[in-house]
Write a protein that binds this ligand. Structure first.
Ligand code: ADE
Length: 224
């Protein structure tokens, strides 16, 4: 799967993709992540990518020309399944959406800044608008990194134990059961005996009950 991320702050996206699972996915050739500096597509003298809003008001609005130039260039070279705009007024990202996106081939992600982006970019190019939650961040870069992480780990072959993505919290609308590792007794705080019993069937039943209980108390909305 290939991601092309368009941003005014490419440096902000260096680290999130340079470690752990995302780095490994790229090394294995399962995921390709290309970062494009929007400023490289600005044609005016000052390389500005924003302008004052029509009708007045505070804050700057990101202009249509640089985004259009970058998206058109990408689309001339490759077919894209989605052009996603990260925005707090988009649909809230969840596991179902991450699953849907994990079977796509090529995806463009637009990161906004300032007061927003010219509505015509959204009308003309964007196929999907996603938010990572009901709070406002300074730009779309961190949300883009969150989206890519949530999607890439679902692509077969990315996680060494493929079942571990399937048993993640939310994958079946349930939170995860609690987990423990050694020591079995830490200063009197012990691990539930069932986990030491070796009875696979009983352990699975216990995990299901724990997951259900946790979901009921923390996220009853998931069970509806
Ligand atoms: N840009 C700023 N805040 C955001 C959010 N919560 N989700 C997605 N993009 C954003």
């Amino acid at each position: 799967m290939r991601f092309d991320i368009i941003t005014v702050l490419p440096g902000l996206l260096e680290s999130p993709f340079a470690h752990s699972i995302l780095q490994r996915a790229q090394k294995k050739g399962i995921a390709e992540i290309h970062i494009h500096n929007l400023r490289d597509y600005a044609t005016n003298k000052h390389k500005s990518v924003d302008d004052y809003p029509y009708g007045g008001g505070s804050g700057m609005v990101m202009s249509i020309e640089p985004f259009a130039a970058c998206i058109e260039k990408l689309k001339a070279e490759l077919e894209y399944d989605e052009v996603i705009f990260m925005t707090p007024d988009g649909e809230t990202l969840n596991q179902r959406i991450a699953n849907q996106l994990s079977v796509k081939k090529n995806v463009i992600i637009l990161c906004g800044h300032y007061k927003g982006i010219d509505q015509r970019i959204r009308d003309i190019y964007v196929t999907r608008e996603l938010s990572i939650g009901d709070y406002v961040l300074s730009g779309g870069e961190l949300p883009a990194a969150v989206l890519v992480d949530a999607v890439v780990r679902l692509i077969p072959g990315v996680l060494s134990d493929e079942t571990s993505a399937l048993s993640d919290s939310f994958q079946d609308d349930m939170l995860d059961a609690p987990v423990y590792t050694r020591p079995a007794d830490w200063n009197g705080h012990t691990v539930p005996k069932i986990l030491l019993s070796g009875h696979a069937g009983e352990i699975e039943k216990w995990r299901f009950e724990q997951a259900l209980e946790r979901t009921k108390t923390r996220r009853p909305d998931l069970l509806k």
